[in-house]
Design a protein around this ligand. Sequence first.
Ligand code: HDC
Length: 279
Amino acid sequence: EGEDPVFTYGDREVILYNLAVGATHKELPYVYENDQEFQVVPTFGHLPTFNSVKSQMSFSKLLRNFNPMLLLHGEHYIKIEKWPVPTEGSIKTSYQPLAITQKKTNTIVVHGSKSVDSNTGETVFSNEATFFIRNCEGDTKQYAERKSFAVAQFNAPKSDAEFTQDIKISEDQAALYRLTGDRNPLHIDPAFAAGAKFDRPILHGMCTYGLCAKVLLDKYGPFNEIKARFTGIVFPGETLRVYAWKQGDTVIFQAHVVERKTIAINNAAIKLISDKAKI
Ligand code: HDC
């Protein structure tokens, strides 16, 4: 537990985030602050938790033999509590461990957070971040309730996806994405990546997540919940293939890495805001 410094943002942070998750200069609502429809891809809602130094690691005191180099982002759930997502604001975030599960030599930590408007006290975002930490030890314990969408299982149907889109990830994607807040060296420093047992720096899980979220937003319209599991790593320069299946107000999705025929995101879905959905 504990509180963060206030995270203050405006159009600069919004445009940088949109660019880092695939927006282009042709999409004015994402890149031009004077556009009538100026908006941020809603997965921005996790950024207050990454623009933190103090509390982001508040779970680490519950672990033994914790090495941040061996931490991977395992799953992430975001709830947009205030719609539309404000394109400027001052946000204060508090943290709470939700669960720790020991799986053989790995520890899975679920870390929850609540972000409020620091002026009004109104809740704007909540997040549940799951970290998969290799060679670590923790005591299995449930600390608090989790949101139902966060723990739901979203299996991709056997049928062909109704929506498929390829996303070419730039070789420089992680270098750009870092500037939104997560400066983990794993995504830029070859020596650190080697220490984490990767051939080269890997892409931020939340970048892959945001890239998927943007194409789903463009296709289906606004959503206020999103959950995904990171089932495989992604390297900058690879191609993602997003598959989606709409089921009522829920869209189940997956993201594959075309070049290596792996699945990077599975067990994933967005919850559409029904009266604003495009389809
Ligand atoms: O799935 C494997 C993998 O490599 N996934 C990709 C991970 C990844 O690329 N993440 C994004 C990049 S890392 C990142 O972005 C870091 C970022 O900078 C975060 C900074 C935050 C800093 C703030 C705090 C310090 C892997 C390795 C995760 C798991 O693979 P396996 O070891 O083969 O696991 P498996 O045998 O399939 O399953 C073992 C048990 O673990 C559960 N599990 C598996 N994958 C999980 C997961 N739980 C949560 N999330 C996942 N992704 C399984 O359910 C299984 O449990 P059980 O035995 O009960 O079935």
